[in-house]
Design a protein around this ligand. Structure first.
Ligand SMILES: CCCC/C=C/CC(=O)SCCNC(=O)CCNC(=O)[C@H](O)C(C)(C)COP(=O)(O)OP(=O)(O)OC[C@H]1O[C@@H](n2cnc3c(N)ncnc32)[C@H](O)[C@@H]1OP(=O)(O)O
Length: 360
């Protein structure tokens, strides 16, 4: 049943009464839906690239394209109702959507079913680029998964991308201490984030549903299994971005694929197809995109019936001797990035992307 003007007005009032700040992403979404519902498609000129706030609002509104006013009104009411009051849905019933929100997480959907915890990167309109908040949320979700009663944990993406890596707009949020403080904070965040993968105690599976970029590729060396759609690609364009490898890839990639193949990826930014990544040992198995989800989840459900303690202990014995080394590699990579992020090469690459002069 479609919503009435009254429902819409009630929802607008409810927004003002929200007890918890829903965060910038949601506020932008609400803004965009409100404008679309009341004025129709975006009708104002695009602000300059460095007018970050108005540009973000414009992007959000413009991103709704020609969505009918009625649908925007409905989506606005649905979004507000998901924000206010306790939800009766269990986490396993929450559906992925256009950057929708689950309580406790801004851009993740975390569900548990068949003894498998699934962490879904749910920011499809931005190709699941990882914001600062998402790094924290992923760490939180991994911590919860390590303690819940699931036996396998899966990381995957919503929409056509698995993940486009670090959200490059993270670099625009400069604290009072300037670029140096920003780089330090990012280096600590990255170290903690990667440590969570190094230390994760249960079998960890990446379900790579589409292209993967940057940090979403490098950490694959820390997963136990990587399944990929034949649509997936694997791209680590660090030199293009004035950056250097992270996620322990400076150690895991040469080990997995040999030093010259690793160099082609990590120094020269060669993008691998899923087939190539599988041939080089980064990917466990490639599936046709048309049957990817069905085949992978059937396989994982079968694995999840295996005795959990045996799986955990086997993982521990496989990984144990490497852990100390991986922590040391992680610390060193973060230290190198600390200066890379303050370099002209890196800053120019970020500015070029933000001003839409450069894409990968
Ligand atoms: C603190 C820890 C730091 C750890 C560091 C990690 C290093 C890395 O991860 S390096 C890799 C960084 N990622 C990139 O450089 C990718 C940049 N994105 C692109 O080149 C392209 O967007 C794409 C090739 C991934 C996709 O191109 P396509 O034409 O298909 O789609 P778009 O229109 O470009 O994208 C849609 C939408 O999403 C935004 N977006 C995509 N990726 C990112 C990103 N990484 N950061 C910020 N925003 C991203 C893109 O700007 C579009 O937004 P608008 O619709 O608002 O224009």
């Amino acid at each position: 049943m479609s919503v009435t003007q009254k429902d819409f007005e009630n929802a607008m009032n409810q927004v003002k009464l929200l007890k918890k700040d829903p965060g910038n992403e949601v506020k932008l979404k609400l803004y965009a839906l409100y404008k679309q519902a009341t004025e129709g498609p975006c009708n104002i000129p695009k602000p300059g690239a460095f007018d970050f706030v108005n540009k973000a609002k414009w992007d959000a509104w413009n991103g709704l394209g020609s969505l009918p006013k009625e649908t925007a009104r409905q989506n606005y009411v649905d979004l507000v109702s998901s924000l206010s009051g306790p939800s009766s849905e269990s986490s396993s019933q929450v559906k992925p959507g256009a950057d929708s929100k689950q309580e406790g997480y801004e851009n993740l959907l975390v569900t548990s079913e068949d003894r498998i915890t699934k962490i879904l990167l749910n920011r499809p309109t931005k190709k699941n680029a990882i914001t600062t908040q998402m790094y924290h949320e992923i760490m939180l979700a991994l911590k919860a998964a390590s303690q819940d009663d699931s036996v396998l944990t899966v990381l995957t993406g919503s929409g056509d991308y698995y993940c486009s890596g670090n959200d490059l707009t993270n670099f625009t949020d400069i604290p009072p201490g300037g670029v140096e403080e920003k780089a330090k904070n990012s280096s600590f965040l990255l170290r903690d984030f990667v440590n969570c993968f190094i230390d994760f105690p249960k079998p960890l599976v990446a379900v790579v549903n589409g292209p993967a970029v940057g940090i979403s590729v490098t950490i694959l060396g820390l997963f136990d299994i990587v399944y990929a759609s034949d649509r997936a690609t694997f791209h680590t364009p660090f030199s293009h971005l004035g950056q250097s490898p992270e996620g322990c890839s400076s150690y895991t990639f040469p080990k997995i694929m040999g030093s010259s193949k690793a160099a082609e990826m990590l120094i020269f930014g060669k993008k691998l197809t899923a087939g190539e990544a599988c041939a080089q040992g980064l990917v466990t198995q490639v599936f046709p995109d048309s049957t990817f989800q069905k085949e992978v989840w059937t396989r994982l459900k079968a694995y999840s019936k295996l005795p959990p303690n045996a799986m955990r202990i086997s993982k521990e014995i496989i990984r144990k001797n490497e852990k100390e080394k991986l922590h040391a590699v992680n610390a060193e990579e973060c230290n190198v990035l600390l200066s890379r992020w303050q370099s002209d090469e890196c800053m120019n690459a970020v500015v070029n992307f933000l001003s839409r002069k450069a894409k990968l």
